[in-house]
Design a binder for this molecule. Structure first.
Ligand code: FCB
Length: 471
């Protein structure tokens, strides 16, 4: 297999790699991207775009609490206003539709839709009903994530994901949402990136709720996965026509040398980032070497939990951003060895499309019951500026092109991939990095809330138009 996913497109149209709009996006004629049923969309998440944090009965979330603490988020930013999407949703959907995007992945703010006693909040529910109805009117395929990190603070006050009860509260929430929204959701994802919720939230404290303890991280992970497993059958009963899945972030770990120790380190990196989630979901067991790495951190698992967690999925959502080059830490684990001279993004993340292809083809070999895959997030941050009404985000165009080529290569290698969502539709609150890091294909001026379509969005729109014309 070719080593460089970008070669596929660059040989065809070198100007595109420089971001020139003069050249259309021309994937090879046999590319799966031309298939009309390969879904191309964009993604967002509630806390990152909605704002309106104390309107219409919304309760505080752990991100309101966390971002209010000094030093937790760059520049002291919070999601209080964000992209003001709660008030501007109609124009935002118009924008999405005008770009020709066929799918929209959004998340629901749990604290907006039910209170501590589980009583539904009608105003919050109505917001999502209006939004989803409008998307359906526009013919846009809807992917709804139930939990994209904004846990109600009242649940955190009772232990959050360290408390097994939160998993049962999540199933109640899934029950309410699927009864209320059935018919407007094409695909439900229970959780977004449980690894990040567990490790950044409870393991190193970089994210809400800001706790830092290895044992907490593994227990939170188990309860998150349990929450997923409890919710899937509920979603099936209430909304049988929709697809049910989960979204996992995956990371490529490559060895810094050919030494056996570094090879082992890269293997352990991927066990810790990928198998930790995918094994329980698809094999019904946690990977053996995981707790050899961190002895004494095994979560408390009750009888029947692994069967609950491994309930069959209709799809697996995959979020991919970068690779990590690792070496042995001299003991049992791994340490990052950042490569020099490689292309990086505003986040400092290495641009490495081959990692996406290699991970996907690897999963196909490892998991015999691998469900159909959607790439539910992929994209990059850049320090984008508006000049004369335009944003020339040439690196992003090149990034997207190369990652789409990697997806195409994985499809050709036999992986069942059905769609791809850009992260993100628009610049938004990038968690601990606040508003400084811009991931959108649409620029947001936070002082005026003006949206400006970037070159990358124009580029995607152009391709979608051409694909439609050819169909
Ligand atoms: C992912 C998150 C998403 C966004 C991107 C950049 O881990 O799911 O909300 O922040 O990273």
């Amino acid at each position: 297999m070719a080593n460089d996913a970008s070669a596929v497109f660059d040989t065809l149209s070198p100007a595109v790699s420089k971001g020139s709009l003069a050249d259309p996006f021309t994937p090879p004629a046999d590319s799966a991207l031309w298939r009309k049923n390969f879904l191309l969309g964009a993604a967002t998440a509630s806390y990152q775009i909605e704002g309106a944090v104390d309107e219409d009965g919304r309760l505080p979330s752990i991100w309101d609490t966390f971002s209010a603490k000094p030093g937790k988020v760059l520049a002291g930013d919070t999601g209080a206003v964000a992209c003001d999407h709660y008030h501007r949703w109609e124009a935002d959907i118009e924008m999405l539709a005008s770009l020709g995007l066929e799918g929209y992945r959004l998340s629901i703010a749990w604290p907006r839709v039910m209170d501590a006693a589980g009583v539904p909040n009608r105003k919050g529910l109505d917001f999502y009903k209006r939004l989803l109805n409008r998307l359906k009117e526009k013919g846009i395929t809807t992917f709804v994530t139930l939990y994209h990190w904004d846990l109600p603070q009242h649940l955190e006050d009772r232990g959050g994901w360290l408390n097994r009860d939160t998993a049962y509260r999540f199933a109640d929430y899934a029950d309410l949402m699927s009864r209320e929204l059935a018919g407007t959701v094409d695909a439900w994802a229970t959780l977004n990136e449980p690894w990040c919720s567990a490790y950044l939230g409870y393991g190193n404290g970089h994210h809400a709720p800001g706790l830092a303890n290895d044992r907490f991280a593994t227990q939170a992970m188990h309860h998150l996965l349990l929450a997923h497993g409890l919710a899937v059958p509920v979603l099936r009963v209430n909304d049988p026509a929709s697809q049910k899945g989960i979204v996992a972030n995956i990371g490529r770990g490559t060895p810094n040398s050919d030494s056996a120790a570094d090879q082992r380190a890269a293997h352990l990196f991927e066990v810790q980032h990928n198998a930790w989630i995918l094994d329980p979901l698809l094999k019904g067991a946690y990977p053996q070497d995981l707790f050899e790495l961190w002895p004494g951190t095994e979560p408390l698992v009750l009888d029947g939990d692994m069967e609950t967690i491994s309930a069959p999925l209709d799809f697996l959502g995959i979020n991919y951003y970068f690779r990590t080059n690792v070496a042995s830490d001299g003991a049992h684990g791994f340490r990052d060895v950042p490569l020099e001279g490689v292309e990086r993004t505003q986040m400092g993340w290495e641009v490495y499309p081959d990692g996406l292809r290699d991970l996907l083809t690897g999963f196909k070999k490892t998991y015999h019951n691998l469900p159909p895959i959607y790439i539910t997030e992929n994209g990059m941050a850049s320090d984008d500026q508006v000049t004369d009404g335009h944003v020339d985000d040439t690196q992003r165009i090149s990034f997207l092109k190369r990652h789409l080529a990697a997806v195409d290569q994985a499809i050709k290698a036999g992986v069942d991939i059905r769609g791809y969502f850009l992260w993100s539709l628009m610049d938004n609150f990038e968690w601990a990095f606040g508003y400084e890091r811009r991931f959108g294909v649409v620029h947001v001026d936070y002082s005026t809330q003006k949206r400006t379509v970037k070159r990358s969005a124009e580029w995607v729109a152009k391709f979608l138009k051409e694909r439609k014309a050819r169909a």
